[in-house]
Design a protein around this ligand. Structure first.
Ligand SMILES: *Cc1c(COP(=O)(O)O)cnc(C)c1O
Length: 481
C-alpha cells in the first residue's frame, strides 16, 4: 500500500522508483500489442518532447486567458489546426476540452441551451453512438432517442422519422468506436439542414486519421464541416493526433452556434466566472504537450502514420480472414479491426490472445449484435502486425481446445439485488479477488449474459469495491519502504 501522506517527506529518487515499479504492473503502452486505451505513433523522442512541453505549462491555469495569454495562443493554434483539417472556414470557432466525453457533453449542452423554449429537449443518435452521448443526456436531463442502425451504420431515414419539435440535436459517428465504420454523414447532414436542427459529428475517434486515410485513397464519405448541415464536430487529440491524455477539440460552424456552450456567472462576491468548458481551473500541461506533438509530427508526418496504420489494418484483417471460426464483423475501412465468431468463444479467445501478449477489447452482445473483439490499430502496430497471424491461429486453436465458458448456475439477478456483499462474493468466486485480471473469460461470459442494466449494476459494484481509500485501512509497515 502507498502512503500518500507520509509523516516525513520521501526523497525524489525513491518516489520515482516507486512510481516506475507501479507502472510495471500496467498493460504495455508501447510496442504495438495493446489494441485499446492508448495510441502510439512509435516515434523516437516524441514522449520526451511531450513531457518537456507539459512541464513548461503544467502550472499555468486556463481559468483566465488574460492572465495566461500563452494558453490562449496555444488553444487558438490547436483549434485552428483542427478547423483546417476538418473542413472549417473563416467562421469556424472551437474550444479545447479534456477529452471526447467533455466535447460531447458540451455539444449537447450548447444545443440544449440554444432552445430555452423547449421544455423537454431530445437528442437523436444511432444505436452505435458512443456511450458519452448517453452520459451527456443523463447529466443534462436531455431525453435520448436511440435509433437502430442498418448494417452497423446510422440509418438516415429512421433518424429523420424520429426528429420532432423537441429535438435539439442529432448526432452520428465518423467512425463509430465499436466497429470503426463511418455513418452516412452527408445524408444525415442534408436532413439536419432541411429540418433546421443542429447536427454533431462525433469524430472523437477518427477525426485526426480520416482526412489522411482519404488523402491516401480510402473510399470514405465526406464527414466534416465542409458539409453545410454539420453544425459541430469533435476530435480527440489524445487519440490519432497521438497527444498525451487530456485533450480534445470541439468545433462549431459559427460563433453563434457556440455561444450557448459558455457558462457565465457574475452573481457572487468573487471573480466573474466565464467558462467555455466544464472545468474552470485547468492545467496548461496537456495543451502544451498536444501542441508540441502536432508541431513535431506535422502534416506529412500524420500522412505517414496513417499509411502505416492502414497497412497494419490490412495485415491484421488478412490474419482474421485466414482463420476458420472467426471473421471480420465490420468492414475494416478505417483504423479498427472488429472480429466476430463462428463457433469460437471470443471471451476465451481474448484471454488466449492476452496470454500471447496481444491485448484486445472484448465487446458484449448488444440488441441484435453478437459479441465481438475490438482492435484499435495505431501506427505502432505496423512493426508487429506480421507476427499477429501465427499467434491468432494458435490462440484460436487453444480456444477450441479449452471449449466455451460454461456459465455458473446463478439465481436470476436484478439490478436492485446487487449489494456490495454480493459483488464481493461474486468477484471472489470468479477469481478476481487477488487483482489478477488475466483470465477474464468467465467474467465476460457472465456479463455478456446479463441485460445492460444488470451489467451496469455489477460493474459499478465491482469498481466501487476496487475504489477504496488506502489511507483508511491499517497501514502496512513493510509496504513500499
Ligand atoms: C473515445 C471516444 C469518445 C469519448 O472520448 P474520451 O476521450 O474517452 O472521453 C467519444 N466518441 C468516440 C467515437 C470515441 O471513440
Amino acid at each position: 500500500m502507498i502512503d500518500a501522506l507520509p509523516a516525513k517527506g520521501v526523497p525524489a529518487d525513491q518516489i520515482l522508483a516507486e512510481l516506475r515499479a507501479l507502472r510495471g504492473g500496467d498493460l504495455p503502452t508501447h510496442g504495438g500489442r495493446l489494441f485499446a486505451y492508448v495510441y502510439d505513433p512509435a516515434l523516437d523522442g516524441l514522449d520526451e518532447l511531450a513531457r518537456a512541453a507539459h512541464a513548461v505549462s503544467a502550472s499555468v491555469n486556463g481559468l483566465d486567458p488574460t492572465a495566461f495569454p500563452s494558453l490562449l495562443a496555444m488553444e487558438n493554434a490547436l483549434v485552428g489546426a483542427a478547423a483546417k483539417l476538418l473542413g472549417g472556414n473563416a467562421g469556424t470557432v472551437g474550444s479545447v476540452t479534456s477529452g471526447g466525453t467533455e466535447s460531447l457533453i458540451l455539444a449537447v449542452k450548447a444545443a440544449r441551451d440554444a432552445h430555452p423554449e423547449v421544455a423537454n429537449p431530445r437528442l437523436v443518435v444511432p444505436s452505435t453512438a458512443h456511450a458519452a452521448f448517453a452520459k451527456a443526456a443523463h447529466y443534462l436531463r436531455v431525453a435520448l432517442d436511440v435509433v437502430p442502425v442498418k448494417d452497423l451504420r446510422a440509418d438516415p431515414a429512421a433518424m429523420a422519422a424520429v426528429i420532432g419539435p423537441e429535438t435539439v440535436l442529432i448526432a452520428a459517428s465518423a467512425p463509430s468506436y465499436a466497429h470503426g465504420v463511418v455513418d452516412p454523414i452527408p445524408e444525415i447532414a442534408a436532413i439536419a439542414e432541411e429540418r433546421g436542427v443542429r447536427f454533431h459529428v462525433d469524430a472523437c475517434f477518427g477525426g485526426w486519421i480520416l482526412p489522411y486515410l482519404r488523402r491516401l485513397g480510402a473510399d470514405l464519405p465526406d464527414f466534416d464541416l465542409s458539409l453545410p448541415g454539420v453544425t459541430s464536430i469533435s476530435v480527440d487529440l489524445h487519440k490519432y493526433a497521438y497527444a498525451p491524455k487530456g485533450v480534445s477539440i470541439l468545433l462549431h460552424a459559427t460563433e453563434e452556434l457556440r455561444r450557448p456552450q459558455y457558462f457565465a456567472y457574475a452573481d457572487w462576491p468573487g471573480y466573474t466566472m466565464i467558462n467555455p468548458v466544464i472545468s474552470s481551473t485547468r492545467s496548461g500541461g496537456p495543451i502544451a504537450a498536444a501542441l508540441a506533438t502536432l508541431r513535431s509530427i506535422g502534416d506529412e508526418g500524420y500522412l505517414g502514420l496513417a499509411a502505416s496504420t492502414r497497412e497494419a489494418v490490412r495485415i491484421l484483417s488478412d490474419a482474421v480472414t485466414a482463420v476458420d471460426g472467426i471473421f471480420l464483423y465490420a468492414p475494416a475501412e478505417t483504423s479498427v479491426v472488429c472480429l466476430g465468431s463462428d463457433g469460437v468463444d471470443l471471451f476465451v479467445l481474448a484471454d488466449e490472445l492476452a496470454a500471447r501478449g496481444w491485448h484486445t477489447q472484448p465487446q458484449m452482445a448488444y440488441r441484435e449484435l453478437e459479441p465481438t473483439i475490438h482492435l484499435t490499430v495505431t501506427a505502432a502496430v505496423w512493426a508487429t502486425a506480421e507476427s499477429f497471424a501465427p499467434d491468432l491461429a494458435d490462440a484460436v486453436a487453444a480456444t477450441r481446445a479449452r471449449g466455451p465458458i460454461a456459465l455458473p448456475d446463478l439465481p436470476p439477478l436484478t439490478p436492485e439485488m446487487i449489494t456490495p456483499a454480493l459483488v464481493a462474493e461474486l468477484a471472489a468466486g470468479l477469481g478476481l479477488g487477488g487483482g489478477d485480471f488475466s483470465r477474464m473469460a468467465p467474467v465476460n461470459a457472465l456479463l455478456n449474459a446479463a441485460p445492460p442494466d444488470l451489467r451496469e449494476a455489477l460493474l459499478t459494484g465491482f469498481l466501487s469495491l476496487l475504489q477504496r481509500p488506502a489511507a483508511l485501512t491499517e497501514p502496512d509497515p513493510d509496504a513500499l519502504g
